[in-house]
Design a protein around this ligand. Structure first.
Ligand code: 17E
Ligand code: FE2
Length: 410
């Protein structure tokens, strides 16, 4: 199958061919083979598929059930969720996750890293997500993180629940150092989680310092252990909102360790602009981590949605365009080149974090997975919220849409 006039990652229009589910060739103008199906993309933007590098699928689509988060804080969100957890059944989780995954698919998302709360003696959410990971494998690839929402040392049997989740088949190990009762627990929880990952050959993704407390210093421990256990870029620090409030002298010192450790960062600009700064009087902090400075230092950063309509975020349609749009505003990254290249926060940068390797990317021999947007380059795609016209996974179309067609009647 031949695709013509594609602007691959903002480049000049060119052609590409897919065969047997793989990218088979690229060229300025490829002649069709006899009988070959051709699709003229008319100069539209082609990107590698979108990647959700941070979401909680087990909690999605539950906002207001049984109670709304009225303060808008992370901590009230955790209380609301603890009430909803009592009602969890596998069927309930499966139904919500399937709906959320379809929302994502409609916006060209093909890979999702989901955190799953394992501070639940039944581990029913973990079981449901691991089932769905297998069932959805050919359409949307799920990566599952064992996430201790209420702490590892501060929750009854927390360490054992983490080990059980790993035994069930989690892909990555999480932690939540800023929620542990004490600083000592915080450090011990990271030591435990990262050792568990190292012993089992798993990835690490920590909910790290998601608080406006500038004394929350989980990040340095995560980075030091990544270096010492030689986990390096298998490790991700998510949120790191306290870094927004760290003093610059400390950050300057910390940067050296962050670079040496080679860890990834995930920032969640929609959710953390909503949750952070809630205890501030004016001026109120934005509470999003230092994406611009980390990026300029060559550290890998991606953006995540974090939540879709749940106790922590009362909105969301699974469209990563909204995440990038908010991220560029709040991080003040609106230079022309920054806007043009911002798709990387939800594509190639996220692919590094998820360790997708050669299974991802528009290059000869790789799986023919890509999205077509109704715009010529990413600047316009972002600005106009361009529709994802088609999403191809391994050469097969898994979602399509018609161009938006509002007419102004004057
Ligand atoms: N849990 C948490 O600890 N932090 C978040 N941002 C969400 C859930 C969404
Ligand atoms: Fe999160």
């Amino acid at each position: 199958m031949l695709f013509q006039n594609a602007r691959i990652e903002n480049a000049a229009p060119a052609d590409f061919r897919i065969e047997n589910g793989l990218f088979a060739g690229f060229g300025a103008s490829l002649p069709p083979k006899p009988g070959e199906e051709t699709v003229d993309l008319g100069g539209r933007l082609v990107l590698p598929p979108f990647i959700e590098s941070h979401v909680h699928l087990d909690t999605c689509l539950t906002a207001g059930d049984p109670v709304w988060n009225l303060s808008g804080t992370l901590f009230e969100g955790i209380e609301c969720w603890a009430k909803r957890k009592d009602k969890l059944t596998k069927q309930d989780i499966r139904e919500r996750v399937q709906r959320a995954v379809r929302l994502y698919a409609s916006h060209g998302v093909q890979f999702i890293r989901t955190h799953v709360d394992v501070t639940d003696p039944s581990l029913v959410a973990m079981e449901a997500l691991l089932e769905l990971r297998e069932e959805l494998r050919d359409t949307v690839e799920l990566q599952v993180v064992a996430f201790p929402q209420e702490g590892i040392l501060s929750y009854p049997n927390g360490k054992q629940l983490m080990k059980d989740a790993v035994r069930l088949g989690a892909d990555a190990v999480g932690a939540i150092p800023h929620f542990e009762f004490t600083r000592e627990y915080s450090v011990e929880s990271l030591n435990f989680a990262m050792r568990l990952a190292a012993d089992n050959g798993l990835l690490v993704d920590v909910h790290c310092d998601e608080i406006d407390d500038e004394a929350s210093r989980g990040l340095e421990t995560v980075a030091a252990r990544a270096l010492e256990l030689e986990l390096f870029d298998k490790v991700t620090a998510s949120h790191t909102t306290a870094m927004h409030s760290y003093n610059n002298a400390y950050v300057t010192r910390l940067m050296r360790l962050l670079k040496m450790s080679r860890i990834n960062f995930v920032s969640n600009p929609l959710v953390n602009t909503h949750l952070q700064g809630r205890m501030d009087a004016y001026p109120k902090r934005r509470g999003v981590t230092r994406v611009k400075e980390l990026t300029e230092a060559g550290i890998n950063v991606s953006f995540g949605h974090d939540d879709i309509f749940d106790p922590w975020y009362p909105m969301g349609t699974g469209n990563l365009r909204d995440v990038v749009f908010m991220g560029l505003h709040v991080c003040q990254m609106m230079g022309y080149e920054e806007i043009m290249g911002a798709y990387r926060f939800v594509t190639t940068n996220a692919a590094r974090t998820l360790h997708l390797g050669e299974r991802y990317g528009i290059a000869k021999g790789r799986p023919a997975s890509f999205v077509v947007l109704d715009a010529g380059q990413y600047y316009d795609a972002l600005n106009t919220n361009a529709v994802v016209l088609a999403s191809y996974k391994n050469g097969k179309k898994i979602a399509q849409a018609a161009p938006a067609s509002t007419k102004v009647l004057f």
